[in-house]
Ligand binder design. Sequence first.
Ligand SMILES: [Zn+2]
Ligand SMILES: [Zn+2]
Length: 478
Amino acid sequence: MLGIAGVSFPAEEYLKLYHGKTDPEMVEMLSQCHKCNAHGPDVQLSRCSLCKAVEYCSKKCQSDEWKGVGLDLKIVGNNPHKRKCAWFKRAMEQLPEIAAIQQLFPWSANVKGPREMIQIPNQIELLLGLKGEGVTNGYWREPGIDNAIHDSDYPLRTLSPAYICHGSMFLEPVLPSHAKAWKLPSSQIPHLEFEDSKLKSRIPALHNNDFVQDWTSYYAWRNLDRESPVALRMDMVLTVYYLLTKVLGVVDTSKGATESRRTLKIHFVGAEKELNIIPLFSELALLIPNTDIAMTFFGQACKKLCDVAKVKHPKSLANRSTVFEYTAPAALGGSTLRVKINGQSDLYDSANIALDRPDALIAENAGLFHYMTWQFVYHYAARAGIPWGITEYHMIEVLEYEEHMVQWRDLAMQGVRIDLTNNLNKISREEVAETMGRLSRVQARGAGLNPFMRPGLLCSGRGSLDPRACNGFVLRVC
Ligand SMILES: [Zn+2]
Ligand SMILES: [Zn+2]
């Protein structure tokens, strides 16, 4: 049952929606008090009747969370449920649409068991036998989670020597072939080169009139069967396309090939997993005809990759100024893509804008309010007037954004430190206030569900039923 907006989704219904069946273990995992985490057969839970997203074991827990008891409400981001309830409700209204995206793909039905519930897309990859830590896993490679580090961790952590780089295919002098890196049958791959006579029939049409708008039209344009799992990686690429064209509006593809050649410069900030699939960004050259596209990746993982390349892999691609290039066939508009990986610094700097002004900033699954270093990027982008689009896992975080910006502005105006001071800070308090004031006048635009989210719902768990998805929700930050 798909339900309609506003209908309640108890754990059983939720599971039926995504798995076609319920599993007692999963129901238990989802059934916890949102305040105190109490769960088990003796715990009677009741749901917030307004948002239907959270459950409580008692009237006291519900009332405490409603008022924000135990939270320092002066801290930005600490919102009582009284303020969050409406956001939860709006997030719950997205569930049917998210389920519909997942149900487009036959492989998404194969997931079962409580662990899978937490990380459905990852588990799909494991079930399909695609994911792994080794370099031979190509585009499906994912370094072990224990060794991974999040960009923008604050204060900046020192990377352990055991840290496995993202983007390790660039530690070699040549890249694996597209087919080898996909590890899929030829019929399931969105090919980039079409010289081979066997691939002539796979060449897509010149991209015209914004034809590619969602996964259905993308698969149709690429002549791919929905059995192909490429949506589990192409989300990172098509999301950039969506942010550029629909959320930020920095490039217009509604007319197809333009008469005159245009350029498009993108700074991708906080890159991590995206470094493992860089050649796939060639798709942008197919989707945006007659354009010279330059993409530069920034972040802690980029610096780490370049540091390792310098010391241990002198002949590797990562040591080159341009690490990847692609030219689309002339019949598809002949666009080019040139990719750089910036290994200069862990942090994005205003000099990056001054030296090489981008048309847009992009960050995926950003965690805007979880990593304080994003405030530097805010500051630089807002002051320079550069559009910045991001994705978040949670709809709620996208909805909280405006609220937080207003709070930040107020705090800055009062001269309150907002973690932009200390030894990392190169920005004066006055500058902070000015930027925050400007940002508060920029309304969040284009916020909402990303039609190119990674298929497969991630469950919030811990007594909260609101949806979460990789690249799930888009937001224009400035
Ligand atoms: Zn409780
Ligand atoms: Zn509520």
